[in-house]
Ligand binder design. Structure first.
Ligand SMILES: NC(=O)c1ccc[n+]([C@@H]2O[C@H](COP(=O)([O-])OP(=O)(O)OC[C@H]3O[C@@H](n4cnc5c(N)ncnc54)[C@H](O)[C@@H]3O)[C@@H](O)[C@H]2O)c1
Length: 257
């Protein structure tokens, strides 16, 4: 008998660590993973926000809130080990959290540079490696899903000079993880969103600038967080077993590659 189609097939009772789970795409991903049957470790620096997401899931003990600031890169490895000790072997990492400061080029400071590269790139390295090493030790042929931005390809829009540098680094670095971990059966991919209707999209931009970007998308609208969450669920599911080292463009055609 043919199995009924199920986007999240293979995720039932698997442990998935989702970063940025208090808001936007990370929150939508946490909700989508839970509805696919996964047990979700919800990480965010916004402790109240991550507990609110946990409440939405119905805290029946299947899920865990992890209040953690990824700029504390030295604490990432112990945090990942502690999460696995509490929840069991991690099947998938959906690393969604990032920080964006829009500013004119001439106003960028070293602190802006350190914050955005620290959270968006350095933390991504230590998070990927910490989860990957646990997967290798446990023999888990799991999934790592990172987030870049379409701006990694087309360059900074609306003052995101440092952010796009960090996001270009994510694409290159994730390819290295995909090569290294592929032989262990661990698949590493990167999602590249276009303009998505979240706080990050609106912060520091005028409504006119947001509207102009929206008009440049052939679909004439922004994406919704759930439209990204669906791609994360697919990449973590058994259907995506031959996708590795890919950068997946989810921009409604605003950027075509
Ligand atoms: N929204 C867009 O239009 C867009 C476009 C391209 C790429 N992206 C990427 O998609 C991903 C999700 O973006 P979003 O729009 O949902 O962002 P968002 O700002 O709405 O949410 C980001 C979440 O990450 C958390 N976070 C930020 N810094 C953190 C830290 N140091 N430690 C722990 N948590 C931290 C925030 O508290 C927040 O809950 C990001 O990687 C972003 O770069 C978004």
């Amino acid at each position: 008998m043919t199995e009924p189609w199920n986007l999240g097939a293979g995720l039932e009772d698997r442990v998935v660590l989702v970063t940025g789970a208090a808001a936007g795409i990370g929150k939508a991903t946490a909700l989508a993973m839970a509805s696919a049957g996964a047990r979700v470790a919800l990480l965010d620096r916004d402790g109240d926000g991550v507990h609110a997401t946990l409440d939405e899931l119905g805290d029946d003990g299947r899920h865990l809130a992890v209040s953690f600031d990824l700029s504390n890169t030295r604490a990432i490895e112990p945090m990942v080990k502690d999460t696995a000790a509490k929840m069991g072997d991690i099947w998938a990492l959906a690393h969604v959290a990032a920080v964006l400061r829009r500013q004119p080029l001439e106003e960028v400071t070293e602190e802006d540079w350190d914050l955005q590269l620290g959270v968006n790139l350095k933390a991504t390295f230590f998070l990927n490696r910490s989860v990957g090493e646990l997967m290798i030790a446990a023999g888990t042929q799991g999934r790592i899903i990172n987030f870049t931005s379409g701006s990694f390809l087309v360059g900074p829009l609306a003052g995101s000079h440092v952010y796009v540098a960090s996001k270009g680094g994510v694409v290159s670095m994730a390819r290295g993880f995909a090569r290294t971990y592929g032989k262990h059966g661990i698949l590493v991919n990167t999602i590249s969103p276009g303009q998505i209707d979240t706080a990050m999209q609106h912060d520091g931009q005028s409504p006119e600038s947001v509207a102009a970007a929206t008009e440049s998308c052939p679909l004439g609208r922004m994406g919704q967080p759930e439209e990204l969450a669906a791609v994360v669920v697919f990449l973590a599911s058994k259907h995506a077993s031959f996708i590795n080292g890919a950068t997946i463009n989810v921009s409604g055609g605003a950027i075509m590659y």
